[in-house]
Design a protein around this ligand. Structure first.
Ligand SMILES: [Zn+2]
Length: 278
């Protein structure tokens, strides 16, 4: 009996060691949180769940939050907003329904929640609850102001069946939600509406229609418009590689990309290979 327990313990330790070596950087990056002031009244919170953005105006007592994170990140975000403006009108946009982007919603019961029709449907189907105060239908754009800044919320799709992007033209800033992963293997989730051709079309739309000097991806560091092109190249490269030599070259090219357990190179190559080119 003792022997069996010892063997199980050793196997467990080997398993933990394997995950620590294989995914240590990814897990550290996923759970760490970095706060970055992009411009006056514009703050990014990178990591600890999906990347978040806060735009505020003290004059008009308004705060816009893009994605509410989860766990500790959500608490830090709530604390930050509470310190900013007394009795603020809070608008919270969820780029999509995944828990690492929307898990902190419950800490913002006072916010007006904006979500896509697809996110709303997922919440209703899975939890039987109504969440969004304002639903952005597919193809619709919702525009509002925060102080002197205009904000545009638009629906695209690909990562899920309804991904919102948030564009602040007055700041040349675009939050893409999980339509862009920067130096991460993107999470491809067929049961959540993953649509490769739709995703590439959404990237094309962002590349051609949105002038953004600053792009905030769903995961990974902030960058410029090149992040949109790099995400598209990722899909094009994965789609084109078929021979063993091409796949080896592909693996080498994307060797420094992070991934969470089970969401990396091999899974993405298989899923992308299954999709027909339009
Ligand atoms: Zn996601």
């Amino acid at each position: 009996m003792k022997k069996i327990a010892l063997v199980i313990l050793i196997l467990l330790l080997i398993g933990i060691l394997y995950i620590a070596i294989q995914y240590g950087n990814a897990l550290t990056s996923f759970f760490s949180l970095e706060q970055k002031e992009l411009a006056p009244n514009l703050m990014a919170f990178i990591g600890n769940g999906g990347n978040s953005l806060v735009l505020f105006s003290r004059e008009s007592s308004q705060v816009l939050i893009v994605d509410s994170k989860m766990f500790k990140g959500a608490k830090i975000l709530r604390h930050y907003v509470d310190e900013l403006v007394d009795d603020a009108n809070i608008i919270l946009v969820n780029t999509h329904f995944h828990a690492d982007h929307a898990g902190g919603n419950k800490l913002f019961p006072d916010a007006e929640l904006i979500a896509s029709r697809y996110s709303q449907d997922q919440w209703e189907n899975r939890d039987g609850e109504k969440y969004a105060d304002l639903i952005v239908e597919f193809g619709e754009t919702y525009t509002f102001t925060v102080g002197a800044d205009s904000v545009k919320v638009c629906t695209l799709h690909g990562h899920t069946g309804g991904d919102l992007i948030v564009y602040i033209p007055t700041r040349s800033v675009l939050h893409t939600g999980d339509l862009v992963f920067n130096h991460w293997h993107p999470a491809l989730l067929p049961r959540d509406g993953f649509d490769l051709n739709g995703w590439i079309a959404s990237l094309d739309t962002m590349i051609t229609e949105y002038k953004a000097d600053t792009v905030i991806p769903g995961h990974g560091n902030i960058g410029g418009a090149e992040l949109l092109r790099e995400m598209k190249s990722y899909f094009v490269d994965f789609r084109q590689a078929s021979s063993d030599a091409e796949i080896r070259a592909l693996k080498h090219r994307y060797n420094d990309y992070l991934s969470l357990p089970g969401m990396g190179f091999h899974r993405n190559r298989t899923l992308i290979a299954e999709v027909d080119t339009p």
